[in-house]
Design a protein around this ligand. Structure first.
Ligand code: HEM
Length: 487
């Protein structure tokens, strides 16, 4: 895929708007002549997409600037785009911004066609169940390390803590202990690099701003810096090939059917993709989960009961995961209410029909977890946090695309099992020792940036759980901190 929309691409996208006459279009907000609905959308994205469904129904036609867009809210049409007719769609043009392309290049998230298929084939083994089992200790040990300095009564920001924790985990799982200095360096650069994504307004994404502002120059400087570190690590590992048990080792070894392997640049692009796709999403779910659990005494009590029964005071292992059922339900319910990926976008390659409406090639199609996962047709009492709803029977009758926090079809999240495992282990490891009490009277607001963030974080007060009081600062804690690694 090209890194920027070319003139011909723009022409195609604009033509899509003219191809369908007004009578054949689904209903929808027209917005201003020049800007379309861009202003309203940028003012309050979540409110806008909710209102669009309320006022116009399950299929909505609208326009951002010169770009025609279709909003789909029903599981059937979402399934059609993501799964059944996935071949007729590529990722939406919002993913073709300079920033994004500079960071992840032609990695899994952004590539298309044969290039994507090959990379998906080569990368999948790194996420097989037996392979990700290697990372249990890393996840548990880093969670323990985070809390090792927590003091009773201390006020913290759970969002910030979870961002730090998941970044450390993903960097460590990609690059093993051998490169511990690099882990810190990569982590620090990444933190600065992803900052622009917090403020990327839709207009900027679409206009693909290339101006050499100090801000952009700094971004490119950091990108070059992280490239140097990643390429050096790849070169070192190529000259000294042994299985470190980390994700990079699996990517380095992966061979296609014809025996070919990933080039250095492909490896670099995948490493950056995994950093980017793999840490903020997980951190956000964790932050929102602490917020939801902290605000619901009944759920919190049941959560702690499960941890006491299953783990008592020992650390969680892979074998415990199936028994941490309620913790898993909490995560599922949290991702229903606060999906980090709150919307997905695609672009139609060829003309097609969706829900009886003609959809010309070039149309941008958007589906919103934020709205569909809160739809009363599929979820009873949809605004309420009810982890108990996630029974096997409930899941069996739920339309598949009424709940799609990890997307679906061929482009579904490759890291879903990794993320689920990580989130359950982090919650269990922290939750068995601490209660994260919400600071009263704070306003926790959604901020739909690249992912769905809590605007000003989630402020919590640390409360030690009684069973932990004797064990705090014990030798076993200190040993755990020293033994951090991937195995
Ligand atoms: C709660 C955590 C996560 C959520 C909610 C999430 C969500 C998603 C979604 C919705 C997609 C599909 C995007 C689309 O269809 O346009 C996706 C793709 C992807 N995710 Fe995740 N993700 C999470 C964690 C992870 C982790 C931990 C990793 C890796 C370590 C990861 C790596 C990827 C990659 C590489 C893709 C692109 C797959 C492809 O196109 O073949 N994600 N993720």
């Amino acid at each position: 895929m090209k890194s920027n929309p070319s003139i011909s691409e723009l022409a195609r996208v604009m033509a899509a708007g003219r191809k369908v006459d007004a009578q054949n279009r689904p209903p929808g907000p027209r917005g201003g002549r020049l800007m379309g609905v861009m202003r309203e959308f940028n003012r309050d994205s979540l409110g806008f997409i909710e209102r669009a469904q309320r006022e116009y129904g399950d299929i909505v036609w609208t326009r951002f600037l010169y770009v025609p867009a279709l909003f789909l809210y029903h599981p059937e049409t979402i399934e059609y785009v993501l799964a059944t007719n996935a071949r007729n769609f590529v990722k939406a043009m919002t993913l073709r911004s300079n920033f994004f392309q500079r960071l992840v290049g032609n990695g899994l998230l952004t590539s298309e066609g044969e290039a994507w298929k090959r990379q998906r084939r080569l990368t999948s083994p790194a996420f097989h169940r037996h392979r990700i089992a290697n990372y249990v200790d890393t996840m548990v040990n880093y969670s323990n390390r985070l809390t090792s300095t927590w003091q009773e009564g201390e006020t913290r920001d759970a969002h910030r803590d979870m961002m730090r924790l998941t970044l450390e985990i993903v960097v460590r799982c990609l690059f093993s202990t051998e490169v511990s200095n690099d882990v810190d360096q990569v982590g620090n650069i990444l933190k600065q690099l992803v900052k622009p994504f917090a403020s990327q307004a839709t207009l900027k994404w679409i206009m693909n701003n290339r101006l050499p502002t100090p801000y952009h120059l700094q971004f490119h400087r950091l990108a070059r810096k992280i490239d140097r570190v990643v390429y050096r690590i790849i070169a070192e590992r190529r000259t000294n090939p042994h299985d470190e048990g980390d994700l990079l080792a699996t990517l380095l070894r992966a061979r296609d059917e014809d025996g070919s392997q990933m080039s250095d640049q492909q490896l670099r692009d995948e490493v950056m993709t995994l950093f980017l796709a793999g840490h903020e999403t997980t951190a956000l779910t964790l932050a929102w989960t602490w917020y939801l659990v902290g605000g619901n005494a009944e759920v919190e009590k049941k959560f702690h009961q499960e941890l006491d029964e299953v783990l008592s005071r020992r650390d969680a292992t892979m074998a415990d995961l199936p028994r941490l059922k309620f913790t898993e339900q909490i995560v599922k319910e949290s991702m229903r209410l606060y999906p980090p990926a709150y919307g997905l976008g695609r672009e139609a390659i060829n003309d097609c029909e969706i829900g009886g409406f003609p959809v010309p090639a070039g149309t941008q199609v958007f589906m919103f977890q934020w709205v569909t996962q809160r739809d009363a047709r599929f979820f009873d009492d949809p605004q309420a946090f009810k982890p108990d709803r996630w029974t096997e029977d409930f899941e069996a009758q739920l339309p598949k695309y009424a709940y799609f926090p990890f997307g679906g079809g061929p482009r579904a999240c490759i890291g879903a099992s990794f993320a689920m495992m990580e989130m359950i282990l982090v919650l269990a490891t922290i939750g068995k020792k601490f209660r994260l009490e919400l600071v009263p009277d704070q306003r926790v607001e959604t901020y739909p940036a690249m992912s769905l963030r809590p605007r000003d974080g989630v402020k919590i007060v640390v409360r030690k759980r009684p069973s932990d009081e004797v064990s705090t600062g014990s030798d076993s804690d200190r040993v755990t901190v020293r033994q951090i690694g991937c195995h």
